[in-house]
Design a protein around this ligand. Structure first.
Ligand SMILES: [Fe+2]
Ligand SMILES: [Fe+2]
Length: 330
C-alpha cells in the first residue's frame, strides 16, 4: 500500500527515556487484545509510537506525492467531464495527505518536521509514484490499479488500534473507492473504443501491473515489521495476503475489459480459488525505493518547487493568526 513497511534506520526504541516496563507493556497489550482504541493522550510503548509515526508519515507523503503523476494530466484531460473528475480526485489526495499529517501530529511530531523530511529526500513514500504517466490510459490504470491496491490496504486500517489513524481512514476509503471506479471507467471506455485506444489501455496495464503488486511491500519472509505490527493491530493482514486478495479481485476485472495481465505464470488454482502469479522483480522495487526510479528526482523537485512557491501563503496565514491572537489578547 502506501506505506510498504519500509525500513529506515531508527534510533533505539527507548531513546525517549520513558518507562517501558514489562508491566506497562503487558497492560498495553491487554488493551489492544480487547480491541480498545489507543488515543493520543494514552500511554503507549515508544516503539508503538515510532512505528506509527513512520507508517503514517510515509502514508501522508505518498498521498501528497501521489498527486503528481496524475496532476500532469489535468491540463490534457480529453474532455471537460474528465478534467473535472480528475481535478476532484487529485484534490481528494491532497485532503488525504492533510488528514493523515494531522493524525500523525497527535503522536507528538510536528508537521514541519515531517514535510522537511519529505523535501530533503530523507523520508520514504510509496515506490509507485516514481513511475511516469505517459498516456491518458495511465490515468485510468492508476485509478483502477493503484487506488484499487490502496483500498485493499486501507480498509483494514479503518480498524487499526490507533484511534486517529483508524478514523481518518474511514473517509479516505470512501473516496478511494470513487477513485478506483473512475479509473476503471476510463479503462472501460478505452477498451470499448478504437483499436488504438484499446492498445493504449493494454500498454498502461503492462506498465502498471507489476509496480502495483509491489505496493503491498516486501514478501512476508522479508518484512521485518510485520509480526509486531500485527500484534499491535496496526496491521491486520500480511503483505502477501493483501497482495493475493488484490490479484484475486483484479484479474477478473482485466478479463472483463478484454485485457491481458502481463504475467505468463498467472493461473487460477481451482482448488484454492486463488490466482497463482509470477515472481515479482524485487530488485526493481529496491532500486525505486532507493531513488533510482524513473521519476524520483522529478517528484522531489516538483514538491520542493511547490513548497517554495507556497511560502507566501504560509507567511500570510501565520501573520493573520498572529493578528487574531494579538486582537484577542487586547
Ligand atoms: Fe488517497
Ligand atoms: Fe486515491
Amino acid at each position: 500500500m502506501y506505506t510498504q513497511g519500509l525500513d529506515q534506520k531508527d534510533k533505539a526504541a527507548g531513546a525517549t527515556g520513558q518507562d517501558d516496563s514489562a508491566e506497562r507493556l503487558a497492560a498495553f497489550q491487554a488493551r489492544i487484545d480487547a480491541d480498545e482504541k489507543i488515543e493520543p493522550k494514552d500511554w503507549m510503548p515508544a516503539a508503538y509510537r515510532k512505528t506509527l509515526i513512520r507508517q503514517m508519515s510515509q502514508h501522508a507523503h505518498s498521498e501528497i506525492v501521489g498527486m503528481l503523476p496524475e496532476g500532469n494530466w489535468i491540463t490534457r484531460a480529453p474532455t471537460l467531464r474528465r478534467k473535472a473528475i480528475l481535478l476532484a480526485k487529485v484534490q481528494d489526495e491532497a485532503g488525504h495527505g492533510l488528514y493523515i499529517y494531522g493524525a500523525t501530529e497527535t503522536l507528538g511530531v510536528s508537521r514541519d518536521e515531517l514535510v522537511a523530511d519529505l523535501l530533503s529526500g530523507k523520508a520514504k513514500y510509496s515506490s509507485i509514484f516514481n513511475y511516469p504517466t505517459i498516456t491518458w490510459a495511465d490515468v485510468g490504470a492508476i485509478g483502477w490499479l493503484v487506488d484499487g491496491a490502496a483500498i485493499m490496504n486501507q480498509i483494514p486500517l479503518c480498524r487499526c488500534s490507533y484511534g486517529p489513524y483508524a478514523r481518518s481512514m474511514i473517509r479516505v476509503c470512501k473516496e478511494e473507492s470513487f477513485h478506483q471506479r473512475q479509473g476503471y471507467e476510463i479503462m472501460l471506455t478505452l477498451c470499448r473504443g478504437t483499436e488504438e485506444q484499446k492498445r493504449m489501455a493494454q500498454d498502461a496495464l503492462e506498465r502498471w501491473w507489476w509496480p502495483s503488486l509491489m505496493m503491498f511491500g516486501p514478501g512476508d519472509a522479508n518484512s521485518s515489521h510485520s509480526a509486531q505490527s500485527m500484534a499491535w493491530k496496526i496491521k491486520r493482514f500480511s503483505n502477501d495476503d493483501l497482495r493475493q486478495k488484490f490479484v484475486d479481485v483484479t484479474v477478473p476485472q482485466a478479463e472483463y475489459l478484454g485485457l491481458r495481465v502481463p504475467d505468463d505464470d498467472l493461473e487460477l488454482d481451482e482448488e484454492t480459488g486463488h490466482y497463482r502469479f509470477g515472481e515479482i522483480d524485487w530488485q526493481e522495487f529496491i532500486d525505486v525505493i532507493n531513488g533510482k526510479g524513473k521519476c524520483n528526482r522529478e517528484r522531489l523537485e516538483a514538491r520542493n518547487k511547490a513548497h517554495d512557491e507556497g511560502a507566501w501563503v504560509r507567511e500570510a496565514a501565520q501573520a493573520y493568526a498572529e493578528k487574531v491572537a494579538a486582537r484577542e489578547a487586547a
